[in-house]
Design a protein. Structure first.
Length: 354
């Protein structure tokens, strides 16, 4: 009875993927088998969530474990002709995936390999996962965190990453690498990449100018990124005191104090253990994070599509509130409460306002 509430280990998930593909013939049939596994596992995770057998932390880890196995299987299916490593970034890297999350990735290859072959492999991986049409998609992948973003190649040699991070990288790229995690491919390339990245991320304290730049970026996001038609007063991702506030505050403190941890809540716990964040502040940030992430996940299940703001009225809000065992009014009041307390902490720790 308890087993479905627990995330499967990486070994278990990879074994299930192997079983799903082992008896199938042909690339398309094997790809279909992988998509069927994803649907079945996704349903298992969602069921455990909805009936209360899994909290938000377990749900996030379960989704990330599934995504790990999918990436590992896809890379194995492609059989790269060059030493090639894939890194999970963002929420995927922190093992904090939501139902609506894309898979943020970076790709690196051995410096002696043919760049054209590595690029073709990365392109094949993206096609395999994204599919030719949305209906044929296995999982949406995003490589925009790579050097030069959409203008840059999908893959780079480790030496090219070293040169880029040493000369041209922006502070946000240092911030992004806090959540980097090797997930699939060649382990020796991954080790080399990690050795190259570590000095860039942790080699020196964050300067005052860099800290101010992070604060400016966050303030700009608050002003500009909430889409028209979405309520900024009840936005689960970008609202005051919501997910992005907690994530950016934790990341800034990690870089300032040299605290290494891939996930937001794990990093917050490490900051508390180091005496950098008080127990009260850590609790208020964690409460807001967990509430907003749970609500965002449940909203996806209720709507059948991504959504980032609590509805003002209507059946979607009613069903969402029921999933929390509360009323629509009480749910919105709970959002106000937890995000108000969280934002007070963010104002002090992130913006430096007393």
């Amino acid at each position: 009875m308890i087993r479905p509430s627990l995330p499967r280990s990486g070994v278990e998930m990879r074994a299930l993927a192997n079983q799903s593909l082992a008896w199938r013939q042909g690339a398309q049939e094997r790809r279909f088998g992988l998509s069927q596994l994803i649907r079945a596992e996704w349903l298992r995770i969602a069921a455990a969530d909805v009936i209360g057998l899994a909290d938000v932390a377990v749900t996030e880890v379960a989704l990330a474990s599934l995504a790990d196995a999918v990436l590992q299987t896809v890379v194995s299916e492609l059989a790269p002709a060059v030493p090639f490593a894939v890194f999970a970034m963002g929420r995927f890297g922190g093992s904090e995936l939501s139902y609506a999350s894309d898979l943020d990735l970076l790709v690196a290859f051995d410096g002696t390999a043919d760049p054209a072959v590595a690029e073709a492999t990365a392109e094949a991986m993206v096609r395999y996962l994204n599919g030719d049409t949305p209906a044929n998609r296995i999982w949406t992948v995003d490589l925009d965190l790579r050097p030069e973003g959409r203008q840059g190649p999908l893959s780079r040699s480790v030496a090219a990453y070293e040169a880029y991070y040493g000369r041209w990288a922006k502070v946000w790229e240092r911030q992004a690498l806090l959540r980097g995690r090797f997930v699939a491919g060649d382990a020796s390339v991954a080790r080399h990449f990690s050795e190259v990245v570590a000095p860039f991320v942790w080699g020196r304290p964050l300067s005052d100018d860099e800290a101010r730049e992070i604060v400016r970026m966050k303030a700009r996001i608050e002003r500009e990124r909430i889409p028209p038609g979405e309520d900024p007063q009840f936005h689960l991702k970008l609202g005051r005191g919501s997910l992005s506030d907690v994530e950016w505050t934790v990341q800034l403190l990690q870089l300032k104090h040299g605290v290494s941890s891939e996930g937001t809540i794990a990093a917050l716990e490490a900051l508390e253990a180091a005496g950098i964040v008080s127990s009260t502040d850590a609790t208020q940030l964690a409460d807001a994070y967990r509430f907003c992430e749970t609500a965002r996940n449940r909203l996806f299940l209720v709507r059948g599509a991504p959504g980032d703001a609590l509805p003002a009225t209507g059946p979607v809000l009613t069903h969402l509130a029921r999933s929390f065992g509360t009323t629509p009014t009480e749910l919105r009041e709970e959002y106000r409460r937890v995000t108000r307390h969280s934002r007070q902490v963010v104002e002090r720790l992130f913006y430096g306002r007393e």
